[in-house]
Design a protein around this ligand. Structure first.
Ligand SMILES: [Zn+2]
Length: 184
């Protein structure tokens, strides 16, 4: 019998051909390193202000006609599993006698430490929701436009989150990160 592996909840709905190699790497303690080897570049948006600038720049480049954003923040309250891909909300607030819609983008704090590619993916996802509510063909076309290779980036992000949550790194000096990428 093989080693029992917990269910990989970030990877639900992906085919075994993609999930099984990840499962193997995870069991070997090498999944996180394998993913990071493909996305070595960090990002500089470490604060809410820097994140806000980053999002506004991307919006100005790709989504100029979308409604303006009132707030962009990292949110440590976002529950990783259910909401790792961020939230997109139009919060209704009573202001005097009027109801004002307030557009916010909240990015899970875990993305502060994510590779640049993954931040771009998550921001593209949230910006696309300014125009498309559903995860449909038009939505993903927008994502792909803002973050080329979007689907692979989203999958890699899910692998990375899986590793963050479940991976126990191998002990010993031979376990340098990024040695091999068995994902193919
Ligand atoms: Zn979404």
């Amino acid at each position: 019998m093989s080693t029992p592996v917990p269910p990989l909840r970030y990877l639900l709905g992906y085919p075994p051909a993609l999930v099984d190699p990840a499962r193997t790497l995870l069991a070997q303690g090498r999944l996180g390193a394998a993913v990071l080897a493909r996305h070595p570049q960090p990002h500089a948006a470490r604060t809410d202000r820097a994140l806000g600038d980053y999002v506004q720049q991307m919006k100005a480049e790709f989504m100029r006609s979308a409604p303006p954003l009132d707030k962009v923040v990292y949110d440590g309250q976002l529950e990783r599993v259910r909401q790792a891909l961020g939230t997109h909300t139009a919060v209704s607030r009573v202001q005097g006698a009027r109801l004002k819609a307030k557009r916010e983008i909240r990015i899970a704090t875990v993305f502060r430490e994510a590779p640049a590619d993954m931040l771009r993916m998550i921001v593209a996802h949230e910006l696309a929701h300014l125009k498309e509510r559903e995860h449909d063909k038009r939505f993903y076309a927008l994502c792909e436009h803002m973050a080329p290779g979007y689907h692979q980036l989203e999958f890699d992000t899910r692998l990375w989150l899986t590793a963050l949550e479940l991976e126990v790194p191998p002990a010993g000096p031979d376990a340098a990160p990024g040695q091999r990428d068995g994902l193919g």
